[in-house]
Design a protein around this ligand. Structure first.
Ligand code: AMP
Ligand code: ZN
Length: 477
């Protein structure tokens, strides 16, 4: 298998530290708000990577942190803790916010068929580990105390900008919300390991430490949690591209300074989901969540399908039109699958299995080329072989793609049956609904999404169930 490595900026043959075993770490969400579908693009693509490694026979251990303290509104250690901001916004405690949005995150993941990592560790569970690591860095003279905070001293490193061949714009997206000068820092790239004095007094969660009451910096969380659960040799570290700098750069700096050798071999970064007006975010434009897509009548798995149709190393533009196209294509695929007959008397065609599995593996072996992987699903449907073999292959590839192909096809079949047996509406009402659906189709054609949504909402209120299918919208009561 070949995997692109952000460290070398090349596709490399994938080799593990221990034969057959993969240690994999993923930066988890900052649980101050719902995840937007951009965040979830990263988790979908990381999920595919994990599942493909398992499909290829590796024993994978995947660890994810939950950032419930220390991630400030700028990734450059300034601004307010995002958790405190979230708590103020909702007039709740930080821990209430953390609990609520952690649950919400995993509910979204479930809807998108994203597997829960083997270990999920909230940062607030690991304060002892953070303190021990900061202590170790101070002892090794990689850290210093200034103005009450503990800082990592980047001037002690041979190389700091480990991902420096990235486009400078890509690197700077990590430093959001502006950067303020911190006069305690000896070098401009130094970063906080432990805060005791920050310019705001309202930090909700604080712990005792050898340097005074305070709280950890964001970067130390991932290093310490990874070392705790995966040891000193990490195979793959994942995250969205905005995390490459400064977050992952700082993780490498402090982890390698602490353990004294190379830490992680492969860095897997997912490019952003953007809107037509730039990077998707929680604070600007429409806050796009899985629930919002559902309210608008989209199947969350159609969003997963949309993500799989493009490569993780290309930025992807979200628009409702693009999602409509993906949902249409996904439905068409399901219609074809629903037409396959599972005939017990048929035998699996081993030659077809071999040929198509090789094709599927070649696609995924090539730096997780999911769009080619999806194409192989159509090759299966077109193959000159029996339906039983086709169903077997679709189910097998779905272990990686996780589109619930067979279940969704079954649901589609059942919804068609329901349509036939649904109660009949009187003629005038039917005429009204048909007219409204025609207006909605026209609005969609003209990209007038607000009007299309308004019509849908009005019909829903009147008890009309709408199902968007490849042959247009169908309705029932
Ligand atoms: P956060 O909750 O802000 O810590 O981010 C969670 C994950 O989403 C991280 O891996 C980010 O790099 C990633 N991420 C943030 N914005 C986007 C985006 N627009 N598209 C894809 N991934 C993103
Ligand atoms: Zn992280």
């Amino acid at each position: 298998m070949q995997l692109y490595n952000s460290l070398s900026h090349k596709k490399e043959d994938f080799k593990t530290n221990e034969p057959g075993k993969v240690n994999m770490y993923t930066c988890g969400p900052t649980v101050y708000h719902f995840a937007h579908i951009g965040n979830l693009r990263s988790y979908i693509m990381e999920d595919i990577l994990e599942k493909y490694l398992r499909y290829s026979g590796y024993d994978v251990k995947r660890v994810m942190n939950i950032t419930d303290v220390g991630h400030l509104s700028s990734d450059a250690d300034t601004g307010e803790d995002k958790m405190v901001k979230g708590a103020k916004r909702e007039n709740k405690t930080v821990m209430d916010i953390a609990r609520f949005y952690t649950d919400a995150f995993f509910k979204d993941c479930e809807k998108l068929n994203i597997k829960k990592p083997d270990v999920v560790e909230p940062a607030t569970n690991c304060i002892e580990e953070f303190i021990a690591m900061v202590q170790g860095l101070l002892e090794k003279d990689f850290a210093y105390i200034a103005g009450g905070n503990v800082y990592f001293d980047t001037s002690k490193l041979d190389e700091y900008y480990v991902f420096n061949k990235h486009d400078s714009e890509e690197l700077m997206v990590g430093v959001r919300d502006g950067v303020e000068e911190d006069n305690n820092k000896r070098n401009k790239n130094d970063f906080v390991l432990w805060f005791t004095k920050s310019k705001f007094e309202e930090q909700a969660l604080k712990w005792d430490s050898p340097w005074g009451v305070g709280y950890p910096g964001w970067h130390i969380e991932c290093s310490a949690i990874s070392l705790k659960h995966l040891g000193e040799y990490l195979d793959i570290h994942c995250g969205g591209i905005d995390n490459a700098f400064p977050h992952h750069t700082n993780e490498i700096a402090q982890s390698e300074a602490y353990i004294g050798h190379k830490w992680c071999n492969y860095w897997f970064h997912v490019l952003h989901l953007n809107t037509n007006s730039g990077k998707m975010s929680k604070s600007t434009g429409e806050f796009l969540t899985v629930s919002l897509l559902e309210e608008k009548g989209y199947n969350p798995l159609a969003y997963r399908f949309f993500c799989l149709q493009s490569h993780y190393r290309k930025s992807l533009v979200f628009s409702y039109e693009n999602l409509d196209n993906a949902q249409g294509a996904f439905n068409k695929l399901l219609v074809k699958i629903a037409a396959l007959k599972d005939d017990e008397s048929e035998a699996i065609d081993e030659n077809a299995v071999k040929e198509l599995t090789e094709k599927f593996k070649a696609a995924l072996d090539n730096d997780i080329n999911t769009s080619l992987g999806v194409t192989v699903l159509y090759d299966v449907l077109k193959a000159k072989t029996n339906d039983k073999t086709k169903l077997f292959l679709l189910n097998d590839f779905d272990r990686v793609l996780s589109l619930s192909l067979l279940d969704e096809a079954k649901k589609l079949k059942e919804s068609k049956k329901e349509e036939v047996s649904a109660p009949a509406a009187d003629d005038d009402f039917s005429k009204y609904v048909e007219e409204q659906l025609a207006l909605r189709a026209e609005a969609k054609k003209n990209k007038n999404w607000a009007e299309a949504d308004r019509i849908r909402d009005e019909l829903t209120q009147k008890g009309v169930k709408i199902l968007d299918t490849p042959d247009g919208a169908k309705w029932s009561l």
